[in-house]
Design a protein. Structure first.
Length: 201
C-alpha cells in the first residue's frame, strides 16, 4: 500500500496514509527512504538541508565565540577591580599580583593540553566541561572572603578557560571548509582584541 501511495501520490487507504506519515520524522530530516520520497514530499514539507546546516553552524559559531570572548575579558577585567579587592578582602600587593598572574599562567599552561583533550574525548564534551567549570569558578571567586581564596578561584578559572578556548579553533577547522575559514578566523582575531580591551573598561 505504501508503494501505491508513493506511485500515485494518493494514499490507497487510511492504513497506508498513516504508514506514509510515520516514515517521516520531523526531528530528523534524514529519516526517510528513497522509495518513499515521493510520498513524503506530497504529505510533508521536506526542509532544505543546506539551510539547516548553515543555521546550525552559525548558532554553534556564535556560542563558541561568545564563550571565548568571556574568557579573554576575564584575563584583564580584574585590573580595574584591584583597589576594591584590596579594600574589601584586605589583600596584600603580592596577593593582588597573583590574582592577575594566576589566571594567565593557568590559561596559557593548559592551552595545548586542552586541545589534546578535545581530540581524545571530543570537542563538544571538553567545551562543556570548560564552560561549566569556568562558571563555577567565577561563582567561587565572587564569594571569596580572603585574598588566597580569590587567587585559587582565579587559577581554576584560568585552567578551565585554557581547556575551553582550543575547542573553538578546532571546531572552526571542522565546521568550515578551507575557503570559508578566512572570514571566521578574522572575526575570532577581532574578538581577541575586543575581549582584552573590554575587560579594562
Amino acid at each position: 500500500m505504501i508503494r501505491e501511495a508513493a506511485r500515485t501520490g494518493r494514499p490507497s487507504g487510511a492504513v497506508s496514509y498513516r504508514a506514509c506519515d510515520l516514515l517521516f520524522d520531523d526531528t530528523n530530516p534524514y529519516a526517510y527512504s528513497v522509495p518513499t520520497l515521493a510520498c513524503v514530499r506530497r504529505t510533508h514539507h521536506v526542509p532544505n538541508l543546506g539551510e539547516m546546516e548553515m543555521t546550525h553552524r552559525l548558532t554553534a559559531t556564535i556560542t563558541l565565540m561568545v564563550a571565548m570572548l568571556m574568557d579573554l575579558m576575564d584575563s584583564t577585567i580584574t585590573n580595574v577591580a584591584l583597589p576594591a579587592i584590596s579594600t574589601d578582602l584586605g589583600a596584600t600587593p603580592t596577593q593582588l599580583e597573583w590574582t592577575l598572574v594566576g589566571y594567565v599562567v593557568a590559561f596559557a599552561t593548559l592551552l595545548i593540553t586542552g586541545g589534546r583533550l578535545g581530540d581524545i574525548y571530543g570537542r563538544q564534551r571538553i567545551f562543556l566541561v570548560g564552560v561549566i567549570g569556568f562558571t563555577c569558578a567565577s561563582v567561587f571567586a565572587s564569594l571569596s572572603w580572603d585574598g588566597n581564596i580569590l587567587i585559587a578561584a582565579r587559577i581554576i578559572q584560568g585552567a578551565f578557560a585554557g581547556i575551553m578556548v582550543p575547542q573553538v579553533l578546532s571546531s572552526v577547522q571542522v565546521m568550515y571548509t578551507p575557503e570559508e575559514r578566512g572570514p571566521v578566523f578574522g572575526v575570532i582575531g577581532s574578538l581577541n582584541a575586543l575581549g582584552v580591551i573590554a575587560g579594562l573598561l
